[in-house]
Design a protein around this ligand. Structure first.
Ligand code: 13P
Ligand code: SF4
Length: 330
């Protein structure tokens, strides 16, 4: 674990992070669910697919990943020659935790005629056991390339899988995992908020349960929700995903109002991802300074996991921003 007492007193963290970024030839990647101060100093902020692509393309020597562990693992799988650091190695994901590799292997063995289409929010071991990885912005395009009569296992997010099944009339077998953040939205509280703002559309991430999705005007990945926020004609938008994304909306459209969808207690604090929230400026500074904690993956495992990620990048190529789950014309 990183020793935060090792931070010299009185330093300007932002300046030091900038200095280290240059000294290390590092690129800082951040997900939209990161704290605003981390989003603001990142070289690139994006959704899971965009961040994977950036990690594969960058010519930096070091990737400092402000996100969760499966995202930093993905960066290392795609860029093994680079040093990949994660500010807090405890930054996990409830979806990854829900899907232990041995149980996933047994599930696959029970259904030998099925291919495994797997959400990127999983461990490297589960990626290695999968045929094709998807993100929420590539799932639709990829699913459409798979013949209707091909049986599919979809894991670990049962809500994303269920949404795809309903939208495309598929019958994928679903792993029973959920995102604890999206699971915490309350339909009752959402409808109360909607009654106070009847003109405001609702944008929801497909990790939400159907009780939330059914009320949404737009369903899609974080980047597609952001795109919707930039183009919807009204003044107020209700956002049913992790609320740190609202930072980008307020920066782009300061004249509009963005309301985080509520949890059961009527406010949205329970919808802050506790794993993403572990990353801080202090920990980012320390990981750039010490080049620890570092992601390491055994080469045989990495190559197996890379095959399913490469398949995703190939099948999703040229489709970023098009054919997204959130594209109403798709
Ligand atoms: P996207 O940014 O790909 O929509 O993923 C959301 C998420 O939950 C990441 O953990
Ligand atoms: Fe995992 Fe949900 Fe947090 Fe994303 S928001 S990292 S899916 S727990």
């Amino acid at each position: 674990m990183t020793d935060q007492t090792a931070i010299p007193a009185g330093i300007d963290l932002r300046e030091e992070i900038d200095r280290l970024r240059k000294e290390r030839n590092a690129v800082i990647l951040a997900h939209y669910y990161q704290k605003p101060e981390l989003q603001d100093l990142a070289d690139f902020v994006g959704d899971s697919l965009e961040l994977s692509k950036k990690a594969a393309e960058t010519d930096a020597d070091v990737i400092a990943f402000c996100g969760v562990k499966f995202m930093a693992d993905t960066a290392k799988i795609l860029s093994p020659e680079k040093i990949v650091v994660l500010p807090d190695m405890e930054a996990g994901c409830s979806l990854e935790d829900s899907c232990p590799p041995d149980k996933f292997r047994a599930f696959r063995e029970k259904h030998p005629d099925h291919i495994a289409l797997t959400y990127i929010n999983c461990s490297t071991e589960v990626k290695a056991l999968s045929d094709v990885i998807v993100t929420s912005s590539s799932a639709e395009t990829i699913l459409e390339q798979i013949p209707d009569d091909q049986p599919i296992i979809f894991g670990p997010d049962r809500h994303l899988g269920g949404y795809l099944n309903r939208k495309f009339n598929r019958d994928m077998l679903l792993w029973p995992g959920v995102c604890i953040v999206h699971e915490a939205f309350s339909e009752k509280e959402l409808l109360k908020l909607k009654a106070e703002h009847p003109e405001a559309p609702i944008a929801a991430h497909p990790e939400c349960p159907p009780t939330i999705i059914d009320h949404a005007d737009h369903v899609g990945s974080t980047s597609s929700i952001l795109q919707f926020a930039k183009t919807f004609p009204g003044d107020t938008l209700i956002v049913a995903t992790e609320p740190h994304i609202i930072h980008q909306m307020e920066k782009a459209l300061p004249e509009k109002t963005f309301l985080g969808a509520p949890g059961a207690d009527g406010n949205c604090n329970c919808n802050i991802c506790p794993y993403m929230a572990l990353n801080t400026m202090e920990k980012l500074y320390l990981c750039l300074r010490d080049l620890e904690p570092r992601i390491e993956i055994e080469e045989g495992l990495r190559l197996k996991a890379k095959a399913s990620l490469d398949k995703m990048l190939e099948m999703a190529s040229g489709t970023i921003g098009k054919g997204d789950l959130g594209d109403p014309d798709a």
